[in-house]
Design a protein around this ligand. Sequence first.
Ligand code: NAD
Ligand code: UGA
Length: 462
Amino acid sequence: MVIEKICCIGAGYVGGPTCSVIALKCPEVKVTVVDKNKERIKQWNADKLPIYEPGLDKVVKECRGKNLFFSVDVESAIEEADLIFISVNTPTKTCGNGKGRAADLKYVESVARLIADVAAGDKIVVEKSTVPVKAAESIMNILRANQKPGVSYQILSNPEFLSEGTAIDNLLNADRVLIGGEETKEGQLAIEKLCWIYEHWIPRSKILTTNTWSSELSKLAANAFLAQRISSINSLSAVCEFTGANVSEVAKAIGTDTRIGNKFLNASVGFGGSCFQKDILNLVYICECLNLPEVAAYWQQVIDINEYQKSRFTSKVIESLFNTVTDKRISILGFAFKKDTGDTRESPAIYVAKTLLDEGAKLNIYDPKVEHAQIFEDLTYATGSKEYVKERVSLFPNAYSATEKTHAIVVCTEWDEFITLDFRKIYDGMMKPAYIFDGRMILDDEKLSKIGFHVHTIGKRN
Ligand code: NAD
Ligand code: UGA
């Protein structure tokens, strides 16, 4: 019954934190996290980890070298493991059938082929990556078509629900753990083995077991529902700005209905992150393939409203600055897709910055955690010109220096430190009239107006 060795393929935002917590809670289990990216593994073995996540350093330091290992030797880790997590990236396809919508399963498939190649004993293979419904069938087909004598496979779906910035807390205190598997005796036994791992710290009542397809679909559904709430409140933020209703008051009024609940109702410049858009596009694509165009159109709207929100916010910045930002210096506060992470994947800040650069603006950018090289890389990719970005974008070590002599401040990430800035001091150092566009509703707009700022807050007629 007992699992002695776990291998996790993919040392990213999911594989790293998830397996560190498993190692912490299951000291008798050897956990090896592997990746083909040598640099990333080097960082996992160094003092400065490759990702910033509150609480992660402590967990890694406690387990690393004891029962938690990071390695590039993927084959050996597969060979010795009883249970293998596939935790590789599943980005949106950029070419071929389903381009721009379907999930690209090339990394998952190459891992499945490697497992089939290397495995010499029984393996439980667990999909941790977010995949389309029925992906487990493809993995199973690859594994069983290449099965060697004396080897047997069980495939489980165990999607991850952590959010970046709160990953360790989410893993330690998960709302639920979801495990899907085959409804055969062997399938149920494999489910029990994975349950045994989680039961080291998660109460059994919070471990849900389902069939494989329900588990795969539930992950896409959960992200679609979460993103849908944001698009719903963001759509109403536009109504608020035209009518004088205040979106925070509306969110509170509807969120106190226990049937609706108060979480995920913060209007914003738009949602970002590596998953919401990717997973909803994937869901839309699946619906289209199943000939369910009405369902596809329904979920597509969640993405469309998000695009509308980003563009609406950025247009407001340009219109307010007398319809031209050419050669104006604008300060962007926050570049990560949310606070408490250094991750910029699909960050709305990239959209805002790119649009302002396209309009000829010069940008001063500050983010407490995002690496400077990452900002340059993202903007070079977005604009297509390294030289233009180098010439027009300056990066700063704090919000005060980033805002000096600028015409406007655009808040793109809700970092706590922005709330307590000395805005009187900032105002004094800025060009006049001085503007603030709060894309996260974190600042006290009345106080800022009293100082002299022209303020625009999402979801409020300022
Ligand atoms: P990531 O890009 O941070 O990490 C994936 C890692 O897999 C990379 O380091 C890459 O080098 C490695 N990899 C790819 N192919 C490999 C191979 N053949 N052999 C060895 N290593 C390989 O991605 P992530 O954010 O950790 O996401 C992983 C999966 O988890 C995705 O499917 C994502 O949708 C899902 N997910 C992500 C989050 C999140 O918050 N980021 C949350 C829940 C689920
Ligand atoms: C999200 C889900 O919350 C996780 O459950 C899921 O595991 C993960 O995606 C995934 O599959 O990758 P994450 O993207 O890390 O997690 O972060 P969220 O807290 O969900 O925020 C996503 C985006 O929505 C951020 O840009 C955030 O600022 C924005 N957001 C969030 C809002 O604009 N308003 C809100 O009320 C909440």
